[in-house]
Design a protein around this ligand. Structure first.
Ligand code: AMP
Ligand code: MG
Length: 483
């Protein structure tokens, strides 16, 4: 058979039993490849050019496993909407870790591959719509230059899954720099086995923070770096108006990648209280709550590793608390920098923060589209009359005056703005339209949308219809966990 060039080097499977259950994907009835990410396969130094669709379907359904895989379900716990639960991969298996030619390590995981010992009452399966949704949004987030897991393939299983209706079953192949979650630490911490906790810290450092290998204060330094990466990630979500939707601790990767796309969506008109998820009744994961929730999740992470920070518990708690308490300062500094980039402002002026907040207030009051307002400022004019209103023109004047203090050229200002303000985001109505058609077997719309989303910062003429929010308001849009 033609060589695909898999290079599995599995390290997670060598950890002790507590960390995982060895389990195979449950074979499916009639697998059929729906979408395959050739570009990503290339980036992973995998060669599927000689593999036909029948073979692809067998491979990415788990019916025919590559050699050298040691499939397993990972154990983890999590605070789900604030409530602690022991979880684990209830419908996913890790095939193993693939090394690309540069020895970068990637988890290859199937989602929707059947029951495991962590399935609780679930069927271990996933439906086609949500798997295509994860594929679409994760690829969009990647093209927006935001750290994320990626999607290599979606295969229909030929079996129905029972949800509110009978739905087409599917399996997603997910690529991640790892699947170590805050919840993984919570699981190990809950078992109160200090040796395993040490192992997990060392494993995580090896995999994601090798610069800490020689550190004398590994746990403390790890906490510090995880805080920084998570902070950077949430800043990126705030930059593009992304709402994750289920920021439970089991859905937070310690590598700082966006993971577990469920009822996520992008905000249209600016409203900090925006929530799309139908199950988020109290707005715990609303747009503006994402930074404080990140901090809350990091505090849960810190609690897990306190025993390794210092033998003196009080002192360890003090060190961890100081780091967590500093999150707000770090976040605010980074946020200000990010927003200044969006507005093309160089240097520091006292009133920068006020200028930014005035714009956000104006957007909120006028229900201005978050993405398109920055496009307007970059000179991509829309017919929207709100930008002709006096109170906007006044603000615009202040922004222009501030821009004069930039000590840099107009070209540089526009360049900075173009790098930080997407023109194209996955608009909710476009996502829904593409998914509805794809579920009926027509992939044209999703393929077109994926191709448009490849260049979110480019000024492509044909994309006008992809720039506009739906005429209906944000509020009407609801996303479902739809597992
Ligand atoms: P999620 O909402 O996808 O982040 O999943 C939360 C937890 O529920 C994880 O432990 C999943 O593995 C598990 N889970 C979700 N859907 C299913 C399912 N259909 N069958 C078994 N476990 C599931
Ligand atoms: Mg999850």
């Amino acid at each position: 058979m033609h060589k695909i060039n898999w290079k599995f080097d599995n390290t997670y499977s060598k950890l002790s039993k507590t960390f995982r259950e060895f389990v195979k994907p449950t074979p499916v009835h009639n697998p059929e490849i729906v979408i395959f990410n050739h570009q990503l396969a290339k980036e992973l130094d995998l060669d599927f050019s000689k593999i036909n669709n029948i073979e692809l379907s067998k491979i990415f359904s788990g019916n025919s496993l590559p050699q050298e895989t040691q499939t397993l379900a990972q154990a983890y716990a999590g605070h789900q909407f604030g409530h602690f639960t022991m979880l684990g991969d209830g419908r996913a298996v890790l095939l193993g870790e693939h090394l690309d030619n540069k020895k970068n390590r990637y988890d290859i995981q199937f989602k929707g591959s059947g029951r495991t010992s962590f399935s609780r009452g679930g069927d271990g399966r996933a439906a086609l719509g949500p798997m295509l949704r994860e594929y679409l949004i994760s690829e969009a987030i990647h093209k927006l230059n935001i750290p994320t897991t990626r999607s290599l393939a979606v295969v229909k299983t030929g079996e129905k899954v029972v949800r509110e209706n009978l739905l087409e079953g599917a399996i997603l192949t997910r690529i991640a720099s790892s699947h170590i979650r805050v919840g993984t630490f919570q699981y190990i911490a809950a078992t109160q086995n200090i040796e395993n906790l040490n192992t997990l810290v060392d494993y995580t450092i090896n995999r994601h923070y090798p610069e800490l290998n020689s550190s004398k204060f590994k746990a403390y330094d790890l906490l510090n770096l995880v805080i920084e990466r998570q902070c950077n990630l949430v800043i990126e979500w705030m930059r593009v108006g992304f709402i994750h939707g289920v920021m439970n601790t089991d859905n937070m990767s310690v590598s700082g990648e966006t993971i577990d796309y469920g009822p996520c969506a992008f905000m249209d008109h600016y409203d900090p209280k925006t929530v799309f998820s139908s199950i988020d009744k109290f707005g715990r994961y609303a747009f503006s709550n994402q930074p404080p929730i990140t901090k809350w999740n990091l505090a849960r992470f810190a609690e897990c590793i306190v025993p390794l920070i210092d033998k003196n518990e009080d002192y360890a708690i003090k060190l961890a608390t100081d780091l967590i308490d500093n999150f707000q300062n770090v976040y605010e500094d980074k946020w200000l920098k990010m927003m200044k980039n969006k507005l093309g402002l160089f240097g520091e002026e006292k009133k920068d923060k006020k200028l930014i907040n005035d714009l956000l207030d104006w957007m909120e009051k006028n229900k201005a589209d978050y993405t398109n307002t920055f496009c307007h400022l970059m000179g991509i004019k829309s017919n929207d009359d709100i930008y002709k209103k006096n109170n906007f023109l006044e603000w615009n004047h202040k922004w222009k005056m501030r821009s004069e203090l930039n000590n840099s050229s107009k070209e540089n200002q526009i360049k900075l703005m173009k790098e930080n303000n997407p023109i194209i985001i996955p608009r909710n109505h476009k996502v829904e339209e593409a998914l509805t058609e794809a579920e009926k077997g027509n992939l044209e719309k999703i393929m077109k949308l994926l191709s448009i989303l490849k260049d979110p910062y480019g000024n492509i003429e044909i994309t006008r219809e992809y720039q506009m929010p739906d005429t209906e308001s944000n509020k009407i849009y609801q996303t479902y966990c739809g597992t």
